[in-house]
Design a protein around this ligand. Structure first.
Ligand code: PEP
Length: 253
């Protein structure tokens, strides 16, 4: 199955208006690399400005979270419709930092994914095991359980899964190539068992300490449809180099 590669950047809680120039530095890469989808997820406060500055470009914008409710008395929350209205087309959901910092359960992530889909956003839904779970040999079962509980029934083929081992995020550590291939196959099997052809078409990204130096190897791995990039997405030089390291870029598209 030919799945269009996707490289998404997650700025986390970094970035002020002055940093949007870094985003503009990515536009020429995104315009040239027509074989890839490129998405940047800045803080919610910057989405509207970013959308305005990127107008007419091919780079997509996403939020980093959304509320499960459509609207209502939920002070401080941002709804999926608000993200869409600001110019986002995507939203990261269930990131391990939100599961850790805000106690987000799989059920809540699922409700958020439902809200995102209802508002017309494409979820990038994160799953991944802790180091203790990996050491206990439970990585596959943890990820399979997270998928079963957090991906909504009837999820469309456009929904994206990001496999992000918690211990690889922001640590400089990455699983071996064989481990990434193995667990991506586990994710694919679970998606196909539940969603059939749609499950075969869903993209599965790898996330966790992707940087220019390792992007070429990781992005070429069997079953890896792209990457979710944190720290290295903050600088145009690094994020641009990661995009350029994709095999599709080297093949001239
Ligand atoms: C992330 O935040 O999703 C991530 C993968 O972070 P980093 O690339 O910094 O490890």
């Amino acid at each position: 199955m030919n799945r269009r590669p996707l490289i998404a950047g997650n700025w986390k809680m970094f970035g002020l208006a002055a940093d949007l120039s870094e985003m503009e530095g990515l536009a020429p890469h995104a315009a040239r690399l027509t074989g890839l989808d490129i998405v940047l997820c800045p803080p919610a406060t910057l989405i509207a400005q970013a959308a305005w500055r990127l107008k007419g470009g091919v780079m997509g914008l996403g939020g980093q979270d959304c509320a499960p409710a459509q609207q209502g008395p939920h002070t401080g929350d941002v709804s999926a419709a608000m993200l869409k209205d600001a110019g986002a087309a995507w939203v990261i959901l269930g990131h391990s930092e939100r599961r850790r910092d805000h106690g987000e359960s799989d059920a809540l992530v699922r409700a958020k994914a439902d809200a995102a889909l209802a508002a017309g956003l494409t979820p990038i839904l994160c799953v991944g095991e802790t180091i203790e779970e990996r050491k206990a040999g439970a990585a596959d079962s943890v990820v399979t359980r997270q998928l079963a509980r957090s991906v909504p029934d009837g999820a469309p083929a456009s929904l994206v899964i990001a496999y992000e081992p918690v211990w690889a995020i922001g640590t400089g550590l990455t699983p071996s190539a064989a481990e990434i291939v193995e667990i991506h196959a586990v994710v694919r099997a679970a998606l196909m068992a539940r969603f059939g052809a749609d499950g075969a078409a869903m993209r599965i990204l790898y996330g966790g300490s992707v940087k220019p130096a390792n992007a070429g190897e990781i992005l070429a791995l069997d079953g890896v449809d792209g990457a979710l990039v944190g720290a290295a997405s903050l600088k145009a030089a690094d994020f641009g180099a990661i995009m350029e390291a994709h095999p599709a870029a080297r093949a001239g598209n």
